[in-house]
Design a protein around this ligand. Structure first.
Ligand SMILES: Cc1cc2nc3c(=O)[nH]c(=O)nc-3n(C[C@H](O)[C@H](O)[C@H](O)COP(=O)(O)OP(=O)(O)OC[C@H]3O[C@@H](n4cnc5c(N)ncnc54)[C@H](O)[C@@H]3O)c2cc1C
Length: 537
């Protein structure tokens, strides 16, 4: 009997693989998820989830459950060695529908994502199964995995996605080594329960002799991260007395319960290629970031959202396989920027010398007197914007160019029924043509298919009194004018929004026909030949 065939096999049920499998489930793609452990992760790892990931959880259909375990909207206070605050990050702007920085616990998120998979009959999960090896040719990938009793089984797939974490055996089998800066700092991580914090913000102790980060979490959990000194061994800092001393010195509540203590070595590295033939890497399998910007997992969730609709479009034959080449093209630059941000933040937390620390603090205190600079840091405007410059998008000139390749803001809109909902709820799971126009009639002749793709037609008006004007188009009101504020100079504009909410094309309402022709050409380009396929045993 020929081994079972799945269009997609995802290896690794961390946040990246679980998110990807859920999104593929929503798109109706038969998927096999293989995880070597019997359960999802039990020990705390990531503790900070951003607005973009919460928006992806909204796309996954689980955001209301996830939010029950999230402490939304917290900031950071950077303290000098005398514990005086020299920089406050307190983002209040809500651009993508959720607060920018939120505390959570990775095991709870993974548990919810795993439960979420039970919604899809066409998604098979195999926990306790280990991927042993794989080989690919031009048309498929054959893989061997072992069940919990040690029996081997073969399956075949069209696409294998390695979400198998930092030590990815799939990456190794592809002959890819992580490259880039080696940032091998060692940090002691201590997770506490029953540990009320003095404030709801992260406290960053920028002390040259002992940098430390204290992050409050939901349900009175708290994470402490202490940088090891060069001469210190893991055993010496993990000793009970040492941990107690460090916690007391940094204000942990005396009755806190330690649930986990461990020493991690952080890295800042990227794989040179994220796709070889029919095998694709995502999450920690292809990029590692120190956790100072809280972006390792968030970057993996971005990968999953970028990849899921592309796999679905290719498998269903709506777009050609070249589309998958745009995954690395679109994601890699942003991942690099996030890693650089984490390294910069690490240097603020742990300056290389007392002089460097004093200069950094002086700079921030001086800048803090200038409102635009205060706003820049306070609102986290230093965080790289979710944007790519090349990929599956229509290049354009003029004021519209600023919108292409960007994640669109997500305002709360008023539906024709008078409900207040987040915009993505109206846009649905696929492509949409979103017209920012006050003259609804401009859109009256549009059909459900545009430039060969199925689209949902949505008109966003500024006024808060929307009415449905035909069977095809939904008219909603955005009284916040959040979307209009993205490009205030552009009026009467249409955005082609991809399923991952990035703008694939932006054009004036009057240029709909020309843009459709250009988009047809882009669509046709996805049908080129697959890049060279290597056979890997
Ligand atoms: C101390 C610490 C703090 C962090 N803080 C943050 C933070 O605040 N915010 C943030 O965004 N990120 C943070 N991170 C990073 C975050 O935890 C990781 O980036 C994230 O877990 C990566 O998810 P992933 O799904 O790509 O990989 P993983 O979570 O590593 O999952 C990979 C999965 O693949 C499975 N697997 C591996 N090989 C096989 C095989 N052969 N067969 C079957 N299954 C296999 C593994 O068992 C594992 O379950 C932190 C990390 C650490 C260590």
């Amino acid at each position: 009997m020929s081994p079972a065939f799945f269009p997609v096999v995802v290896v690794g049920a961390g946040p990246t693989g679980l998110t990807l499998a859920n999104l593929l489930g929503l798109q109706g793609i038969p998927t096999l998820l293989v995880e070597k452990n019997a359960t999802t992760v039990q020990e705390p790892r990531a503790v900070s989830i951003d607005d973009e990931s919460l928006r992806t959880m909204q796309a996954v259909g689980l955001v209301s459950q996830v939010l029950q375990h999230v402490m939304t909207g917290y900031g950071s206070r950077y303290l000098d060695s005398a514990r005086r605050c020299f920089l406050e990050v307190a983002p209040t702007q809500v651009i993508y529908g959720y607060p920018r920085r939120n505390a959570f616990r990775q095991p709870q998120l993974e548990g919810l994502l795993r439960t979420g998979l039970s919604r899809f009959e066409h998604v098979t999960t195999r926990f306790g199964w280990n991927l042993d090896r794989f080989a690919q040719n031009e048309s498929e990938v054959a893989l061997t995995h072992t069940d919990p009793q040690g029996a081997s089984q073969q399956v075949r797939c069209a696409w294998l996605v390695g979400c198998d974490g930092a030590s990815s055996s799939i990456r190794s089998a592809l002959g890819l080594n992580l490259e880039g800066e080696t940032f091998a700092e060692r940090w002691l991580i201590v997770d506490l329960e029953d540990s009320p914090a003095p404030c709801r913000d992260t406290l960053v102790f920028c002390d040259v002799s002992r940098p430390c980060i204290a992050l409050p979490g939901p349900d009175f959990t708290r994470r402490f991260e202490f940088k090891l000194r060069e001469h210190e061994t893991s055993e010496s800092v993990l000793a009970e007395g040492m941990v107690a001393k460090l916690l007391a010195a940094h204000g942990a509540a005396p009755k806190s319960r330690i649930v986990r203590k461990t020493v991690y070595t952080f890295h800042a590295r990227i794989a040179p290629a994220w796709k070889v033939g029919r095998v694709i890497l995502a999450g920690d399998a292809c990029h590692l970031s120190p956790p100072f910007a809280g972006q390792g997992m968030n970057s993996g969730i971005r990968d999953a959202h970028n990849l899921a609709w592309k796999l679905a479009a290719v498998i269903s034959g709506k777009l050609g396989p070249n589309l998958l080449e745009t995954y690395e093209q679109e994601r890699k630059g942003h991942v690099r920027e996030m890693i650089q941000l984490a390294l910069r933040m690490g240097r603020i937390m742990g300056p290389p010398s007392r002089l460097a620390g004093a200069l950094t603090r002086l700079t921030f205190r001086t800048l803090g007197m200038w409102p635009p600079a205060r706003d820049y840091f306070g609102q986290m405007k230093y965080k790289p914007k979710p944007r790519f410059r090349a990929g599956f998008q229509l290049g354009t000139r003029g004021p519209c160019a600023a919108l292409v390749g960007r994640l669109i803001p997500q305002p709360t809109v008023t539906t024709p029924e008078g409900d207040q909902v987040l915009l993505d709820h109206v846009l649905g799971d696929g492509f949409s043509l979103l017209a920012l126009t006050e003259d609804v009639k401009h859109f009256a002749t549009a059909a459900r298919t545009w430039a060969g793709i199925e689209v949902k037609l949505v008109v966003l008006k500024r006024d808060a009194d929307p009415t449905r004007f035909d069977g095809l188009t939904v008219v909603v009101g955005d009284s916040s004018a959040l979307l209009g504020s993205v490009a205030p100079e552009v009026r009467e504009l249409v955005l082609l929004v991809r399923p991952d909410r990035y703008v694939a094309a932006a054009f004036a309402v009057a240029h709909v026909a020309g843009a459709a022709r250009d988009f047809e050409a882009l669509r046709a380009a996805t049908w080129g030949e697959l890049r060279a396929v290597a056979s890997i045993a």
